[in-house]
Design a binder for this molecule. Structure first.
Ligand SMILES: CC(C)(COP(=O)(O)OP(=O)(O)OC[C@H]1O[C@@H](n2cnc3c(N)ncnc32)[C@H](O)[C@@H]1OP(=O)(O)O)[C@@H](O)C(=O)NCCC(=O)NCCS
Length: 304
């Protein structure tokens, strides 16, 4: 007897139940699609592993491990914790990390931040929370703090911007979040030059006493994949914010964020989101104070 149609039917029902439960927990999260295949299937949970391999020269290698196992799970029931625990264990058992287990490999799972029922199983299986996708509604204009002058980045700013983006990346590397890669600054320089030429991107520079002290980079609503992760639309995305250490706690960050929000509102955005590292002690209080709330947490497990 062919069991596949029956398994597919169970997976479809589980996905519907999963989405119903998630909508109750956090209506800002977009419904999850039915998975095209499953590697572990129970009556209350299904899971799948997507393996991704990147060369060190690939752009994606700047943002994570060269070999990634991305877990996708749908879980249902009033107490999903045991079924979730089992499916995570089953998926991990299928991963053959090879003899050089520690070398540039990671297992990741992105899960609704407010679903606390699934936190303990992830911790038990050795996952740590790595990044948070935080979201803010853009209903009201921000109070514009004084002190810093904010303007659009010019071609002349490119070298300075590349230096700052490099410092930010190295800072995230020091926190164990982003990898170091060959020719890092040159690659960030190229990325920033492309962003400056892209009509969907913006870069703002803040100055005090004429010298630049910080920048913010973002993109207006443009149908990017990240916008599909939440139900609020149109949504913008902020990708970088860095303030010179000597200029911090003087509302420069706040001025840049307020100016970025204004640009996004001008492009019709009703929400804005960004990823920040949960290892970064400056980020969580700053973004919470700016009105951003946790939505999706990316958990990561490294091999030792
Ligand atoms: C996070 C960062 C951008 C904040 O910039 P900033 O100009 O210092 O922030 P502001 O002065 O505008 O702070 C606004 C509010 O955020 C909160 N805040 C900012 N930094 C904080 C910190 N280190 N600890 C606690 N709260 C903080 C405070 O509520 C602050 O208001 P207050 O000073 O009146 O109490 C800056 O620390 C930075 O560049 N850090 C390194 C790079 C980084 O973390 N980038 C963000 C990556 S997502």
């Amino acid at each position: 007897m062919n069991e596949k149609p029956e398994l597919d039917r169970i997976a479809t029902r589980l996905t519907a139940d999963h989405n119903l439960r998630m909508r109750r927990i956090d209506p800002r999260i977009a419904p999850a699609p039915v998975m095209p295949e499953h590697h572990v299937q129970g009556t209350l949970a299904v899971g799948r592993i997507l393996e991704q391999r990147y060369d060190e020269s690939a752009y994606a290698s700047l943002w994570g491990a060269l070999r990634r196992y991305v877990l996708h799970i749908r879980v249902a029931g009033p107490d999903p914790s045991p079924a979730f625990d089992k499916v995570v264990g089953g998926l991990l058992d299928r991963i053959d990390a090879g003899p050089d287990r520690g070398a540039d490999q990671a297992v990741t799972l992105t899960w609704p931040s407010l679903d606390i029922a699934c936190v303990a199983p992830l911790v038990r299986h050795g996952f740590a929370p790595l990044t948070s996708l935080v979201v803010k509604e853009l209903h009201r204009p921000d109070d514009l703090p004084g002190g810093a002058i904010v303007r659009s980045a010019q071609r002349d700013d490119l070298e300075w911007l590349a230096d700052q983006a490099h410092r930010l990346h190295r800072f995230e590397n020091q926190l164990g979040v982003l990898p170091d890669r060959p020719a890092l600054r040159a690659r960030l320089h190229t990325e920033l030059a492309e962003a400056m030429a892209d009509e969907n991107c913006f870069i703002l520079v803040a100055s005090t006493d004429k010298a630049p002290v910080g920048f913010i980079q973002g993109q207006v609503p443009s149908g990017a994949w990240i916008e599909q992760q939440i139900t609020m639309a149109p949504a913008g995305y902020l990708s970088r914010l860095f303030i010179e250490p000597a200029a911090r706690r003087k509302s420069v960050g706040r001025s840049l964020v307020a100016a970025a929000h204004d640009i996004l509102r001008g492009h019709g955005a009703t929400a804005v989101m960004l990823h920040h590292s949960l290892h970064n002690p400056f980020a969580a209080p700053f973004w919470a104070e700016s009105g951003y709330r946790p939505t999706l947490t990316t958990w990561s497990k490294r091999f030792h």
